[in-house]
Write a protein of this length. Sequence first.
Length: 107
Amino acid sequence: MKHGQCPAMSTCVQKNPQNSRSPIAIRKVVMLYLTKWRDYAMGDEIFTVAQTAQYLKVCDKTVRRLIASNKLVASRIGGRSLRIKKEDIDAYLAEHTNKEKGVAINE
């Protein structure tokens, strides 16, 4: 028997094609759920200290100093682990960006 060809399911679909347990209806519900979850998960990206350091191109210790000085917002998970939201990293970068159009280089 092939996947998706359960005798009980096929007779159920033949009797009532609009049945909510049909494979098509189930697939639609699963796809809707996965789409909504992906949108939720992508909007709330969370980084570890190491991932944040890699994103900012600095060392882990610098990220920990930024958190300790309250310049970067972080949450403690399980008492020890730190997690940082991507939106908080981006907010930090926006606050600490050179407002000038360019940087003067001494030649």
